[in-house]
Design a protein around this ligand. Structure first.
Ligand code: 6GU
Length: 463
């Protein structure tokens, strides 16, 4: 006999054969290697009647049968005591698989793997009399965890027990030959699903391995894998994306997430000094779409909250207010939305399932000629492009601009032009980044005050 195993697992069930699988594969090897001591017990050994009864009808009525607390109590008392040989009583975790439990996660698997005695109580029928959990939860040396392995119903806890043991055993020191394989996997510390993996042959059934993986560029391989992990996670597990820590996302990560409609709001992107407006930065899901008549009121509200962002500090508040009232009311937006020559797009943020708000908009006026310089062929004016302060630098404005440009192109426009206040360097940098060049200037009146605007033009390049 070698030294006692690091971890002892006792499983109680009325179907011990269900757990035969625990002598196979990694778990079986860990047991053979003495890293793990697993014992499976037949609950019926603790019955005291001729029929070896473990269940009875539910008090209060209803379908099905309930497992008796007295049988479970005798079994658990024995098994909990037996798992703590020697003088120092080891603290045990009693795991009760139930669809009504807390969801099993990788974090919980790590917690369970740090215990030295796990007892799994597999219920059948409608479950175990509730006093069993109540009783052991009150014992000082026992921690009770009611655990679910997913939102579906199984016939009993045995399959869930297999799942728990496998998830825990592979985390024990020495069980997995190459501990590095624990680092990159799905539900690891990065909070992302794993990237897709490939092996030989390089071409199979008409499907080729992505070129980047055979390129030998380690940096590009790493970037590609991270992009794939981000894309997969965004597609399949939006809940995991919402939980990501923005500080852990670099510029390339943010670009990959933006392509899936996720933006870091509340800061202006890595390395830009801005005043934060609303709490900590967070990942938000934003959908860009053409506006509809139903958006008129929300657009007016958004316009009133964003127009001043483009104005210089020298412009008076009254002039701004007058402009907003005269030019940016719900009636004006309703008219634009009804006008086929005016294309309005909105960026809609999902605050919670079914709860959204507008965080940005664009307005393109088809056919509008620029104020100065050589006349443009098939011009359209980008009359408005605004986002809430917390979305400045998030990438949402770029998304809106791309949607507005694509729509202008579809409507036959070849050149977009715009005027933006000379003092608004931020906007000029933004448009320059998106391919616009300075083409002249114009005067623009805001609430009776004359302003100097820079005029910029950009091609509506076909894709
Ligand atoms: Cl742990 N038990 C049963 N019976 N059904 C389940 C489950 C557990 N987890 C999900 N469904």
């Amino acid at each position: 006999m070698g030294a006692p195993a690091d971890v002892r697992i006792d499983i109680l069930t009325i179907f011990p054969a269900y757990l035969d699988a625990l002598s196979l594969s990694l778990v079986g090897k860990a047991r053979a290697d003495g890293l793990l001591d697993v014992a499976v017990h037949d609950l019926r050994s603790w019955t005291q009647d001729r029929h070896r009864t473990v269940d009875d009808t539910p008090f209060g009525g209803g379908a099905g049968m309930v497992m008796r607390p007295d049988v479970w109590g005798r079994a658990l008392d024995d098994v909990l005591a037996d798992g703590t040989p020697g003088d120092a009583p080891r603290s045990a975790v009693l795991v009760v698989p139930t669809p009504a439990g807390e969801p099993l996660t990788q974090a919980m698997a790590h917690e369970l793997a740090s215990a030295d005695h796990l007892v799994l109580a597999c219920g059948r029928y409608e479950g175990i009399d509730a006093r069993v959990v109540e009783h052991y939860a009150a014992c000082p040396d026992v921690t009770v965890r009611e655990v679910s392995i997913g939102d579906y119903v199984l016939n009993g806890g045995e399959v869930a027990a297999l799942v728990v043991v496998e998830a825990v055993a592979r985390l024990l020191p020495g069980v997995i030959g190459n501990p590095a394989s624990l680092v990159e996997e799905s539900h690891g510390a990065a909070g992302l699903l794993e990237y897709p993996v490939y092996t030989k042959p390089p071409s199979w059934a008409g499907h080729d391995v992505p070129d980047v993986l055979t390129s030998g560029h380690h940096g590009r391989v790493a970037r590609w894998r991270r992009d794939q992990a981000l894309r997969r996670t965004a597609e399949r597990r939006p809940d995991l994306v919402a939980a990501l820590e923005p500080a852990s996302l670099d510029v390339a990560d943010r670009k990959a997430l933006a392509a899936q409609g996720w933006f870091v709001a509340g800061d202006a992107g890595a390395g830009t000094a801005v005043v934060r407006t609303t709490g900590a930065p967070a990942l938000r899901r934003v959908h860009v779409r053409p506006a509809t008549a139903a958006d008129a009121d929300a657009l007016a509200d958004l316009a009133a909250r964003t127009f001043h962002l483009a104005c210089p500090p020298t412009l008076g508040a009254e002039a701004i207010e007058a402009f907003v009232t005269e030019q940016l009311g719900a009636d004006r937006f309703a008219a634009s939305l009804a006008d086929p020559e005016r294309l309005v797009h909105v960026a809609e943020e999902e605050l919670a399932p079914g709860l959204t708000r507008l965080v940005g908009y664009t307005l393109v006026v088809l056919g509008a000629a620029p104020p100065a310089g050589a006349p443009l062929e098939h011009p359209a004016e980008l009359s408005k492009c605004y986002v809430l302060p917390e979305h400045q630098g998030s990438g949402v404005a770029g998304r809106l601009l791309a949607a507005a440009t694509a729509a202008a192109r579809e409507h036959g426009a070849r050149t977009l032009w715009l005027g933006t206040n000379r003092a608004n360097r931020r906007a000029q940098r933004f448009y320059a980044r998106h391919g616009f060049v300075r083409a002249g200037s114009r005067r623009f009146t805001v609430g009776g005050e004359e302003q100097d605007d820079v005029v910029m033009t950009g091609d509506v390049a076909p894709t």
